[in-house]
Write a protein that binds this ligand. Sequence first.
Ligand SMILES: [Zn+2]
Length: 395
Amino acid sequence: MTPPFQLLAATAAGGRRGRLSLPHQTVETPVFMPVGTQGAVKTVPPDTLKALGAEILLRNTYPLYPRPGHESIHRMGGLHRFMSWPRAILTDSGGFQVFSLSSLRKVTEDGVQFRSHLDGSSHFFTPEHSIDVQIALGADVIMAFDECTEYPADHGRAQESLRLTMAWARRSLAHFRAHRHEVPWRNMVQHEPGVPNPKRENSCLGRETSEAQTQLLFGIVQGGMYPDLRRQCAEQIVDMDFNGYAIGGLSVGEPRELTFDIISEVLPLLPKDKPRYVMGVGYPDEIEQYSRLGVDMMDCVLPTRAARHALLFTSEGRLNIKNKQFAEDQSPPDPACSCPVCRRYSRAYLRHLMQAGEPLSATLNSIHNLALYLGVMQRLRNSLDPFPDEGKTGF
Ligand SMILES: [Zn+2]
């Protein structure tokens, strides 16, 4: 069987051009993944994301767990079908959000006890439960359950947190290997080769999936801001033989130079033939910088969250569309951008929508910001690729 990740080209500085073959989409890397918390990228419909060239989305697991519930989504055929997104999805383990959103949480060797943000009910999240939930949702890539070490944390605290993350990684992997066949979409797409499958009629699944294809499980390297702990974690996690590796515990309030140092420290310790994912970064120049170091995948809420607060990322820098100076500015938000918003609307109109509190404001601002992020990655792929993948967007 062909390995899911192919390295197509690499630069002397470490930058990589690759291809990740997932059950629902072949993803060209390096790639940026737009984030959707409640099963949707806020204010942006799936067809628009497709047209912008998004090949893989990140979905947070925890918010879908109490409502509508992972078992309900499993019964309905999985997350792709539920949200009508035919391309790839990555889900996080739920750990980060359990830690960051929930009050009254208690971490033990076995897992995390917490209260629901919806109704105050008590829940216990273990590595096995996180994997069960992620298999039921049916994303293409799922993540091991880990503890995201807070910042700042002293060496002793980071070491203890790391010990827990490594124990939970082993349990996540064992449980995944025993239950990976329970993914919701495998049965729905099995059919005789060459024979049309009636179950595929009106299916939102965008391509054939085969019996051999199933979810990939990524391990996560933690260790706080300590290079020795990061090294120790990377070596042990790589020994466990995951399908890919993430660097977690960054963008938690540390200075940007430290983020760069930790990524630079960890990347050489990860195998060259598997995808590398840095979680939760960053600004447009950061995602370019980290890709040039050899990061293949990144996600961040920033383009859509900033959009809802009037902040547009442009080729000329950041622009606050609420500013009075744009009141009669007929130029597009970013003259160098060819997204549908910049081709059609003026800064003056976007400022008016924001001032008037129109929901369309969040939609248009988000479309532009996502187009800019996805455009940064496409240009980067082209620069790394002797055969550029131009013309992938629908615009
Ligand atoms: Zn634009």
